[in-house]
Design a binder for this molecule. Structure first.
Ligand code: CA
Length: 236
């Protein structure tokens, strides 16, 4: 599997240099020149690692890091230009995994990237060894709520729920990503495949319908919770 790296750097020459060198190493690369684009790209591309400059137009690197940390857990390697930035990266819990001070050598950067990706691979393998993969388990149980992937059925207290196709797909996606914050954009992309252009409102409406069916008290949902300003999370 080719690993994907998101490069966030507003200086054109450095961005191009990073992109060129990472591609040469066999990585897939996407790049952003400002913080807001970086967040959008990360949500859409789900990169395996992010190289993130701190001084950026729009959201700065610290803010981007905080947003990404809430939603995803890929390694984030920050590029700092000044000593006070280093203090902030190391001292504050912005959630970066590593940092490099400019100017840095490309060899050093590649070594750090390899180390981070290796760390994640090891973690993933350990996790896979302990947990049967979701595709092996055809029936997922969440208390009295049961998802049967073979039969395409969702049951609550033993009764099959009359879910529409998109409600079912949305529920399957959320159930398979239990405990993860799922941004509306991600749900739109994965469940609707961007084919439907109703926007994030589409997600909200389907979530409401789902809640009416799977929640004991749809007005006070405990299974599908809202993550304000981001999206939703399936608690189980
Ligand atoms: Ca910069």
């Amino acid at each position: 599997m080719v690993e994907k790296i998101l490069v966030v750097e507003d200086e054109l020459v450095l961005r191009e240099t990073l992109t060129y060198n990472l591609k040469k190493q066999g990585y897939e690369v996407c790049a952003a020149a400002d913080g807001n684009t970086a967040v959008d790209l990360a949500r859409r591309e789900q990169p395996d690692l992010v190289v993130l400059d701190i001084m950026l137009p729009g959201l700065d690197g610290f803010e981007v890091c905080r947003v990404l940390r809430k939603e995803m857990n890929m390694p984030i390697l920050m590029l700092t230009a000044r000593a006070d930035e280093v203090d902030k990266v190391v001292g504050l819990e912005v959630g970066a995994d590593d940092y490099l001070t400019k100017p840095f050598s490309m060899r050093e950067l590649l070594a750090r990237i390899k180390a981070q990706l290796r760390r994640v691979r090891v973690l993933r393998e350990e996790f896979a060894a302990e947990t049967p993969s979701i595709s092996d388990k055809q029936v997922l149980r969440f208390g009295d709520l049961v998802l049967d992937l073979d039969r395409h059925e969702v049951k609550l207290e033993g009764e099959v729920l009359p879910l529409k196709p998109k409600e079912y797909e949305l529920f399957v996606y959320m159930a398979q990503h239990r405990g993860m914050v799922l941004p509306r954009e991600q749900l739109l992309e994965r469940v609707w495949d961007w084919a439907y252009t109703g926007g994030s409102r589409t997600v909200d409406v389907h979530i409401r319908w789902l809640r009416e069916k799977i929640e004991h008290d749809p007005a006070n949902p405990t299974r599908i919770v809202t993550v304000r300003g981001v999206g939703y999370l399936f608690e189980g």
